[in-house]
Design a protein around this ligand. Structure first.
Ligand SMILES: C[S@@+](CC[C@H](N)C(=O)[O-])C[C@H]1O[C@@H](n2cnc3c(N)ncnc32)[C@H](O)[C@@H]1O
Length: 289
């Protein structure tokens, strides 16, 4: 059974709250209902499996405590949803989208890519990474800019596998996709198969550890994680890079860039580019040859 939770917030906070919820609890579908123009309240609707409710509410409350909101959010009672209504809500949430020249679409969409576009079919299952979140979109833009035929790619925190699959379809000859979440691994394996890139993308359950370095070096390392995990894995991600290779990190708000960039530089990387979308950021660093 799925539940619909409604969180009443100030409309000025709706984008920030929806982004934050989607980022910290990727298994949720989040919808914003801004109501009538000029109304002083908006609702963020969250769809969650009933069994996850207590733990999720606890982590959401905690996450919201750290954002400067205009008003304290108010939780409304959960509504039970029939399976069909949940599917309808989810399908409304995930529509095909063109990110650069990559069309990301769910399996139920009939939309076809235009000539010159690369199509990814992504079934999210219980994993993060449909392209609807700005951090995924930023990473997808970076992959399109930095990939070249024959590249070897490491995707740390692959979620649905979207970035590794994109890399494979854009010319990588090997992409190693890691995730600590068994549900994400399941979703990524299904998507790798559905996109016909099983020969190129290897999905593994686990994180980046020193023994993974044997699989490198990689020309591109992508990590859409969170600031703390990026900080922790920074030295290993740097070690995994080939000389001249690029590290793309995302999963944080733009104000974090000023703190993360010098930190990544201490691992021996040079700043290449910052990318921003809707308050979220990605940093591209390069390992000098
Ligand atoms: C924000 S999602 C990114 C998914 C996808 N790469 C994208 O860009 O949309 C982060 C993913 O990283 C995984 N993750 C979190 N910490 C990790 C770690 N230390 N090692 C590997 N995966 C991790 C989570 O399970 C989640 O699937």
């Amino acid at each position: 059974m799925w539940l619909e939770l409604r969180l009443q917030i100030d409309p000025r906070d709706s984008d920030l709250v929806a982004d934050l919820l989607a980022q910290c609890c990727p298994r949720l579908a989040v919808e914003i209902d801004n109501g009538e123009e000029g109304q002083p309240r908006a609702f963020v609707k969250i769809y969650v499996p009933q069994e996850d409710l207590t733990a999720l509410k606890r982590s959401l409350r905690l996450a919201l405590r750290f954002v400067p909101l205009s008003c304290t959010p108010k939780w409304h009672r959960a509504r039970r949803l029939r399976e069909e209504r949940w599917h309808k809500a989810w399908r409304r949430h995930f529509r095909p989208q063109l990110i650069g020249s990559v069309l990301v679409k769910p399996p139920w969409s009939k939309k076809k890519g235009q000539p010159g576009q690369v199509t990814l079919q992504i079934e999210p299952g219980m994993a993060f990474g449909t392209g609807t979140h700005p951090t995924t979109a930023l990473c997808l833009h970076a992959v399109q800019k930095l990939i070249f035929p024959g590249a070897r790619v490491l995707d740390v925190g692959t979620g649905t596998g979207i970035l590794a699959i994109a890399a494979a379809k854009l010319g990588a000859t090997y992409a190693l996709a890691l995730d600590i979440d068994a549900e994400a691994v399941k979703a990524a394996l299904g998507n790798v198969e559905a996109n016909g890139v099983a020969d190129t993308v290897k999905v593994c359950h686990g994180t980046l550890t020193p023994n993974i370095l044997q699989e490198g070096p990689f020309h591109l390392v992508i990590a859409n994680l969170d600031r703390e995990t990026i900080r922790r894995l920074g030295p290993l991600m740097t070690a995994a890079l080939a000389p001249g290779g690029y590290l793309v990190v995302s999963g944080f708000l733009s104000e974090t860039v000023a703190e993360l960039t010098p930190l990544l530089a201490t691992y021996g990387l040079r700043h290449h580019q910052d990318m921003m979308q809707d308050g979220w950021a990605a940093i591209v660093m390069v390992k000098d040859a």
